[in-house]
Ligand binder design. Structure first.
Ligand code: SAM
Ligand code: SF4
Length: 425
């Protein structure tokens, strides 16, 4: 969602006549789009702001703006904490950034925090990194109450975007040459309840748009995978065989304390339902280690679920207490050393499991959407399979093309292969 918002911020600045500076040193206006999901991004921002302050001392006309979730969380104190900041705004008020930066000659609105009312950043012109892939915002905010999570307090209650607006955007994107869209929401599969529609209807409407070959979505919540959603994923040709299914913990006791509203058993039953409805499905997940009160037994339950499900990919996070969330004030916070030790064991397992899943692809032919040259070896091309695995391959194709690639080897994160027409008969 932050990547999407940043593209909109760039698009808006370009509309104001501002181009991208070759380096931050040369920028007249610096906009930070921040995250505050864990403590680490907060610390990184402090370092970036110190550098920006040094540049501003050389040239006080430079403007520093801070937007996004950290800004929202600190809205009462941001100008006090960082006096070098001129403009600050939350993730819901990006559409007004131009006014605050002084567009139309009104002057920069220094020291004023953005608005309370929220608007979809999706309505702004985007600056897309790739002409054939696009993010599409379907909702903002989140109505869940996961006890560790700061998102609901910084992004507000869930609000869905009108179905016609979303499908209209997808149609425009297709006409501009976009082949893959990723539908975005904090809780993407609870889309539409406030509008009397639902996520399954949205998936089917996007699938019907001519020219869109791949549809992805993130992040869904296991509680909202109702039968019509599973059926839509299975039946819509463009919807990819890849579901990100955040587990968070494999212990029902911890899941309860997290307020995730499902148990280990219900989660595993959902995995079964998804796998039997969607052949060849790839599953990703998010896992938190070291939630308050997590015992060695709870942690082992997480390892067991990882092994049992066999995830194709996993984002793993050390629990980070966030001010104002329920979990931050729970007793029994886990010592840092224990969290790190558990994290190492978890990463070792998730990599081993993902390597085994990827190894099963060797010998198959996968449809790959070409993204550009490989990052590790520019003589190779890089792209993604429908199951969302990166492939580096010998081939001859342009970014945006869909090509068949024969898979020859695998690591835990990438596949390697040769484009089909180039494979010797
Ligand atoms: N809405 C999505 C969901 O429910 O899966 C994504 C929310 S968040 C941006 C992405 C992931 O960050 C979560 O799934 C969770 O694993 C992790 N996360 C959230 N709060 C955290 C915290 N306080 N400490 C560590 N990880 C956290
Ligand atoms: Fe946070 Fe996701 Fe839970 Fe919403 S559903 S509170 S965004 S972890």
């Amino acid at each position: 969602m932050n990547a999407h918002d940043s593209e909109r911020i760039k698009g808006l600045l370009e509309e104001l006549g501002l181009g991208e500076a070759p380096s931050a040193d040369e920028a007249d206006v610096v906009v930070f789009n921040t995250c505050t999901i864990r403590e680490k991004p907060d610390t990184k921002l402090a370092a970036h702001l110190a550098e920006a302050a040094a540049r501003k001392r050389e040239d006080p006309a430079r403007v520093i703006a801070v937007g996004g979730c950290y800004a929202e969380a600190q809205r009462e104190r941001i100008f006090e904490l960082y006096p070098q900041v001129d403009v600050a705004f939350g993730p819901g008020s990006i559409t007004h950034l131009g006014e605050w930066l002084g567009a139309g000659g009104v002057g920069v609105a220094r020291g004023r925090f953005g608005l309370d009312e929220r608007a979809f950043a999706a309505e702004l012109p985007p600056h897309r990194e790739r002409r054939f892939q696009a993010w599409v915002q379907v909702s903002m905010g989140c109505n869940s109450v996961c006890s560790y999570c700061i998102v609901p307090s910084v992004r507000g209650r869930e609000k869905s975007r009108r179905l016609g607006d979303i499908v209209g955007e997808v149609g425009r994107l297709a006409r501009e040459g976009v082949r893959e869209v990723t539908l975005l929401g904090q809780n993407v599969n609870s889309y539409g309840r406030d509008l009397g529609t639902d996520f399954a209807t949205l998936l089917r409407a996007c699938d019907a748009v001519d020219g869109i070959e791949r549809i992805r979505f993130t992040s869904p919540h296991p509680k909202d995978f109702r039968p019509p959603v599973i059926a839509a994923i299975a039946e819509c040709e463009a919807v990819c065989e890849h579901v990100h299914l955040p587990l968070q913990s494999g212990s029902s006791r911890i899941l309860k304390a997290m307020r995730r509203t499902y148990t280990r058993e219900r989660y595993l039953a959902l995995v079964e339902r998804l796998r039997s409805a969607i052949p060849d499905l790839a599953l990703g997940t998010d896992i938190i280690v070291g939630f308050p009160g997590e015992t060695e037994e709870d942690f082992r339950a997480t390892l067991e679920v990882v092994e049992e499900v066999g995830y194709d990919s996993a984002f793993t996070f050390v629990y980070s207490p966030r001010a104002g969330t329920e979990a931050a004030s729970l007793p029994d916070q886990i010592p840092h050393g224990t969290k790190i030790e558990r994290m190492e064991r978890l990463v070792e397992l998730t990599q081993r499991v993902a390597q085994a899943r990827n190894a099963e692809r060797v010998g198959r032919t996968e449809e790959v959407l070409v993204e550009g040259p490989s990052r590790s070896d520019p003589a190779l091309l890089r792209g993604r399979t429908r199951r969302n695995t990166t492939v580096n391959f010998v081939g001859d194709a342009a970014p945006g093309e869909l090509v068949p690639v024969r898979i020859e080897s695998a690591t835990s994160t990438t596949l390697r292969g040769t484009q089909h027409a180039l494979v010797a008969a």
